[in-house]
Design a protein around this ligand. Structure first.
Ligand code: NAD
Length: 503
């Protein structure tokens, strides 16, 4: 059984600890590798390497840094298929979807190649007579990224290209469920010419995370994962005086108004609820449907859900793969059962689903549950599986009330043919990312990604302009060069704080 290592100082490194964990193929349930779980000593080693590398990398010229980013971009594009297959084997998502997540990550790399422009600062000539003021941003030092299982490439690429482009050194603690993609990325960074130590990987679980959170030389922490852990990361890293952005879980609602193109809405809802087996932080897990079209919509949704092709991620034509673990399957099936007990109506039932030839895989079939109420457990919990709740409402006003009362605020969408309704929704909804006839409104890389409420702790969204700001701090220089020869600017020193603009 192969051992999945850390990546420290430009090479694979076996950890100092004894603890290991099996890495499984969710489509077969079989162990495919063993992961060495990182210790505090492993984190110390990675941070020491990153600290040393930061001293030189942060002094690289902008054009030399950009050249590394451009090469990394090309290598990532060239190796997309290979990397997508690796992701599919450990995560379970279909290969084309894995390629899609790499594509979204690639977009962030492309954004980061623009670093000479993004870091060019501001300049005020002659702010006072003979005085110029300019401001620019400097990197923080060593920054850490702690990432979830569901996007083992895209989420590390939301963080690392921006952190590295801005001159920081990065330590990644990927998910222990699908860790191999992190080493693939490390190898590509090295081949792109990134100096050793600028991108490190420490595998592991809470022990490695805690070591990063408490390490004096880690300046900032970016986290993406579930809400309870996001809260913990935010509180712990903040108490240590670190800058922190911690993105949490989600419950994303897709509103369908009576004036929507129902077939279009159904196509999008189905893909957004069941794609990646619902294991997306931007999955639409609740359809909030105007009463007058609810029966028709549910009938169409049920037909579409039954037609979803479920299979192993590398099976040609499969729409959706397994969920991540046997425990996840059990938890999701338990939540479907709770809906039954709570009085909702299970229209399409994905419990007990098997795929021929993959009887030990962790499959849950697409599930549609109608007449869900906001008190029901299946509504209150983040299911993170292929389950679509249908909540019936009287119209847009009630839809907004439902969404705004939900503790999460990651993404949402509205399907309508009314510009007025869309605008009312967009302005009234308390959610960070809004789609209008777009089911999964993940912002393009030159905007920033982030939710509201229990979906994000900290002030800063990831990538885009907010990512640049997060990984840098401002410096402002006020400068004067006295003309000693002329004597014209001498003698203006004052004991008084001057607000005199004529100076
Ligand atoms: P998770 O919270 O279990 O794990 C995320 C990371 O935290 C992993 O690296 C894990 O090793 C670490 N971790 C887990 N338990 C820990 C603990 N007790 N102490 C310290 N570290 C710990 O999340 P997951 O199951 O890997 O991912 C799914 C979750 O992530 C879902 O809730 C999903 O909504 C969320 N997510 C959110 C976004 C977003 O953008 N808001 C994006 C992707 C995923």
């Amino acid at each position: 059984m192969s051992l999945i290592t850390h990546w420290i100082d430009g090479k694979p490194v076996e950890g100092s600890g004894e603890r290991t964990q099996p890495v499984l193929n969710p489509a077969t349930g079989e162990q495919i590798a063993t992961l060495g779980l990182g210790t505090t000593a492993d984190v110390d080693r990675a941070v020491a390497s990153a600290t040393e590398a930061f001293a030189t990398w942060s002094q690289y010229s902008l054009s030399k840094r950009a050249a590394v980013l451009f090469r990394f971009r090309d290598l990532l594009a060239e190796h997309t298929d290979e990397l997508a297959r690796l992701v599919s084997r450990e995560h379970g998502k279909v290969v084309s979807d894995a390629a899609g997540e790499i594509g979204r990550g690639l977009e962030v790399v492309e954004f980061a190649t623009g670093l000479p422009h993004l870091l060019k600062g501001e300049y005020s000539d002659q702010a006072a007579t003979g005085v110029d003021v300019y401001s620019f941003r400097e990197p923080l030092g060593v920054v850490a990224g702690i990432t979830p299982f569901n996007f083992p490439v895209m989420v590390p690429l939301w963080m690392s290209p921006v952190a590295i482009a801005t001159g920081n050194a990065f330590v990644l603690k990927p998910s222990e469920r699908d860790p191999s993609a992190s080493l693939f990325l490390a190898d590509l960074w090295q081949r792109a010419g990134l100096p050793d130590g600028v991108f490190n990987v420490v595998q592991g679980d809470k022990e490695a995370v805690d070591a990063l959170l408490h390490h004096a030389d880690v300046a900032a922490v970016s986290f993406v994962g579930s809400t309870p852990i996001a809260k913990y990361i935010h509180a712990t890293a903040s108490a240590e005086g670190k800058r922190v952005q911690a993105l949490g879980g989600a419950k994303n609602h897709g509103v369908v108004l009576a004036d929507a193109d129902l077939d279009d809405a159904v196509d999008h809802l189905t893909a957004a609820a069941f794609g990646a087996a619902g294991e997306r932080c931007m999955a639409l897990s609740v359809a909030v449907v105007e009463d007058s079209v609810a029966d028709e919509l549910v009938a169409k949704l049920a037909a579409k859900a039954r037609a979803v092709k479920v299979g192993a991620g590398d099976e040609p034509g499969a729409d959706m793969g397994p969920v991540i673990t046997a425990a996840a399957k059990e938890r999701i099936e338990g939540l479907i059962s709770s809906a039954d007990r709570d009085g909702a109506q299970i229209v399409v039932d994905g419990r007990g689903y098997t795929v021929p030839g993959h009887e030990n895989g962790f499959f849950v079939g697409p599930t549609v549950i109608d007449r869900v109420a906001t008190e029901h457990e299946v509504y209150r919990e983040e299911v993170f599986g292929p389950v679509l709740d249908v909540v019936r409402v009287s119209g847009l006003e009630e839809a907004l009330e439902v969404i705004n009362a939900n503790p999460y605020g990651n993404g949402t969408a509205i399907f309508t043919s009314s510009g007025e309704a869309a605008r009312t929704f967009q302005r009234g909804v308390k959610v960070g990312m809004v789609g209008v006839n777009v089911p999964i409104p993940v912002p393009v890389a030159w905007h920033s990604f982030g939710g509201w409420k229990d979906s994000l702790f900290g002030e800063s969204h990831v990538y885009g302009p907010e990512g640049i700001a997060f990984y840098t701090r401002g410096k402002v220089v006020t400068q004067r060069w006295p003309h000693r020869a002329h004597g014209d600017l001498r003698g203006d020193a004052s004991f008084h704080f001057s607000g005199d603009a004529s100076k």
